[in-house]
Every structure is written in C-alpha cells, then in structure tokens.
Design a protein around this ligand. Structure first.
Ligand SMILES: [Zn+2]
Length: 57
C-alpha cells in the first residue's frame, strides 16, 4: 500500500490522514480511519457483551 493517496480532484499527493488536499483543499475520503473506528467499536462492543455475560451469569 502506498503511504500517500492522490487527490481525487487535482491528483496531488495527499497524506493518508489528511482530511483535505493541501493543494486544492478538496475533502478526501477517509476509508482507512473509518474502518479502524468500526473495528474499534466492534471490539469494544464484544468486550462489553462479554463482561455483561459474565456479570449476568
Ligand atoms: Zn487537490
């Protein structure tokens, strides 16, 4: 995987975690961060469910 993605609007290299293009200011999609947050929520949810199941037993 490339460290940098390219701006959808102007094609300039944009840092992976930048929300906007430094050249033209276009908003960049944040798929990687979104999937990371989704995974984190899933893990926390499983953890809470496990604790709840233990406490309830
Ligand atoms: Zn751009």
């Amino acid at each position: 995987m490339a460290r940098q993605t390219r701006c959808l609007a102007c094609g300039a290299p944009v840092g992976r975690y930048r929300a906007t293009c430094p050249v033209c200011g276009a908003v960049q999609p944040q798929k990687r961060i979104g999937s990371t947050i989704g995974l984190g929520v899933l893990i926390v949810g499983l953890l809470i469910f496990t604790i709840w199941a233990i406490v309830r037993a």
